[in-house]
Design a protein around this ligand. Structure first.
Ligand code: FO1
Length: 327
């Protein structure tokens, strides 16, 4: 549980916007929430992974972040809740229902309540606010947009919905192309637009999430990139690749399939002129000079987050790095 009093362990001044996707992003968000007051930190979560399953609206990246902020997440699995039980799933299996996407008994409450509130006409931002209040979370967590955006993956087996690719087919199909259905009609969450124009915004942090399926859906929203670039706050990305491998998930495999080297340098090149700063793991210090030559400042720090302390340590490295760039 993130205690606001526990926050503000650094003397970091100003507001921070964090862009987050799945598991890696949620870990850094947990570290940022421990280091920043509730007034300072806003987290913007990808909703391109969202889909309907059992007629319930599932928002995996919102759930990964909020369960992490509430210290309820299952660190082993990477998603869902700790101490989860699966009696509903087992009962569903017995009846011959869908079971390829595993919904735990406690997790089910999140999806049922979210679906009820959405059907009652509440916005996803309002629904998220009610759910995180229930979890005792006081930091701001927002969906990237109120409109539906669905990540589609074109593979050697044709076009797949994101969760079919990621969960049902275990990321095995070879990725050729990604498409964010609905992104051209979706607008960036107005609360985030306002924050990007706020002169108190002192850092924008792109968390170590998958650039293609977690961060790009956010960047694909109309005028998101221009708002990010014109914000007074330095934009810092933390490399999701360490020594050629993603800590978890298909990012490195996708890079190879998209004809990119699976390196921290290639990710910095991919984000390109969005970046003011880039955080490399110590294992990738060899790339620092090439990234500096691109006009991007570099911070080398341990980026593998396996404990709460390492999440907080990385968050503080990022915040100190942002302060040094802004100065
Ligand atoms: N990921 C899996 O690999 N298998 C699952 O059965 C699964 C179920 C699940 C249920 C709720 C939820 O919020 C997330 C779940 N995830 C599962 C993770 C999810 O697919 C990923 O977290 C994101 O979509 C990618 O970051």
């Amino acid at each position: 549980m993130v205690d606001a009093a526990q926050g503000a362990q650094t003397e970091f001044k100003g507001k921070v916007l964090a862009l987050s996707g799945g598991v890696g992003g949620a870990k850094l968000c947990r570290g940022l929430a421990a280091s920043l007051s509730v007034e300072q930190l806003t987290i913007l979560a990808n909703t391109g992974d969202d889909f309907d399953y059992w007629d319930l609206r599932i928002c995996p990246d919102l759930d990964s972040v909020m369960y992490a902020l509430a210290d309820l997440n299952d660190e082993e699995r990477g998603w869902g809740l700790r101490d989860e039980t699966w009696r509903t799933l087992i009962a569903m299996r017995r009846l011959g229902g869908d079971e390829w996407f595993q919904i735990g008994d406690q997790d089910l409450a999140t999806h049922v309540l979210r679906t009820q509130l959405l059907h009652a006409g509440h916005s996803l931002s309002a629904v998220t606010k009610q759910i995180i209040n229930g979890l005792g979370i006081r930091h701001s967590l927002l969906p990237m947009t109120e409109q539906p955006v669905a990540t589609k993956v074109n593979t050697d087996q044709g076009w797949l919905d994101f969760q079919q690719y990621f969960v049902r087919d275990k990321c095995q199909p070879e990725v050729r192309e990604l498409y964010f259905e609905g992104a051209d009609a979706a607008v960036l969450n107005p609360q985030v637009r306002q924050l990007l124009e706020d002169e108190d915004l002192a850092a924008i942090v792109v968390c170590p999430s998958n650039p293609f399926v977690s961060i790009d859906p956010i960047l694909s929203l109309a005028d998101c990139r221009s708002l990010l670039k014109h914000s007074a706050a330095p934009l810092i990305a933390v490399s999701p690749i360490i020594a050629g491998r993603a800590v978890k998930g298909p990012a490195a495999k996708m890079m190879r399939e998209l004809d990119m080297p699976a390196t921290a340098l290639a990710v910095a090149e991919y984000y390109g002129d969005l970046l003011d700063g880039y955080v490399l793991d110590e294992a990738d210090v060899e790339y620092a000079d090439a990234i500096v030559a691109m006009g991007i400042k570099v911070c080398v720090a341990p980026t593998l987050m396996t404990t709460l302390d390492s999440k907080i340590a990385l968050a503080e490295s990022v915040l100190n790095f942002a302060a040094s760039i802004k100065a």
